[in-house]
Design a protein around this ligand. Sequence first.
Ligand code: PLP
Length: 448
Amino acid sequence: MIPVKIKSTIPGPKSQEIVTRAMEVIAKAQYAGLFGIAVTAGKDAYLTDADGNTFLDFLAGASAVSVGYGRQDIIDVYARTAQKIQHSCFPYSPNEEAIQFANKLIQVTPGDFDKRVLLGMTGSDGVDAAIKIARRYTSRPGIISFRGGYHGVTGFSLSANGFSGLQKGLFISSDFVMADFPRTEQAAETTLAAVEALLKEGNYAALITECIQGDGGNVVPPPGFHKQLAELVHHYGSVHIIDEVQSGVGRSGAWWECQTYDLVPDILCCGKAITSGYVPMSACIARAEMAQTLDKAQHLFTYSGHPPSAAVAMKVFDIIEKDHLIQNAVERGEQMRAGLQKLVDRYAFAKEVRGRGLHMGFEVYDDRTNTPLGGLFAFRCAEKGLYPGYFGSKNEVMRLHPPLIVNKEEMQFAVDQITEVCEEWDTGTFPQQTIQNYRQFGVGLGTD
Ligand SMILES: Cc1ncc(COP(=O)(O)O)c(C=O)c1O
């Protein structure tokens, strides 16, 4: 039995009231609401909003909640550690929990070489760490990244962010240069040539990329592209940084998506799912000889290595291993792909199902009316009790990133809802009211 329950319009009156009050006190730079919903509770793979609607969650708090909501075992680990010592400021006084977690990260990340870990609080600061390291190691200023790549909103991570709208008016340094992320073999050749021309200048410290562009719309490059890119980067003495903040910790059907491309980056950045949303935490794992070029205190925080957070992260990794959640991501991902591929075969507006494991996107676009449908279809799904995300430059892609604990029946429910929505669009029975509500309440990250 799938315990979803929809009792109100989406968004309901109580959610609307909360969002209105939020906007009275929180700057609009921190709001990109998808459905105008305020979530108030979670259990396993389900979310409940302020109006008592319960949804099957296919967004996982922006790809963070890997092992599910409301887990007493994780809450107990936090409480036990916090009772002992809730904070010591690791840079002044290291603690056992953070040391253990750093060791775990060293073990499970690719690369059989000496590494060092830098702990932080959010994916953006993990990316900042990587860029600092690359610059100190190479003594070069330049950073190459990709249009449509998302790397965060702190100083260096925002500078490398391929969502140019987010950089508006912020005087980003011209040391940060963007290339086009390819979708075809031909585009890959053009990009590789453009990147090589830049690298030849000898000014570039690093290239940073996601393997599959997440917020850009789950964009998958042609096979072989990343390998060739990594070879070029190394050939010109630059540092290869892979951003796994969204894709990492099992979501792709491997610990790290870069493993599915047979890549061993010099630096790997992660965040989000390392603590499954129970506490904020991030990490940057780098070759030791690179990491150690940063001087004392060049990248530390009051809260880096926070003991209860590190203990929670260890517990999350433990659960992923013991419950075989990476294998589940592979199997449920295949199930989702098979279900959605039928829609691609049937409907012209269902363009593509793409990604790996549970790092999946479904592009929907109506060419006849020139309408991107990702946001609209996600909104309709929410009305049916499925809570996905949407992204891509035009909000043309449904973001299907459920918790890694999603089971077979839940996946079938999700595919059924998406199928119904496609049928409604095809037969002209898609509710007008949903279109109006989406226009009124859907914000999202898409910028076009
Ligand atoms: C690939 C990637 N890198 C970096 C970030 C930034 O992470 P945070 O928002 O935790 O700072 C994100 C966030 O969505 C992301 O998807």
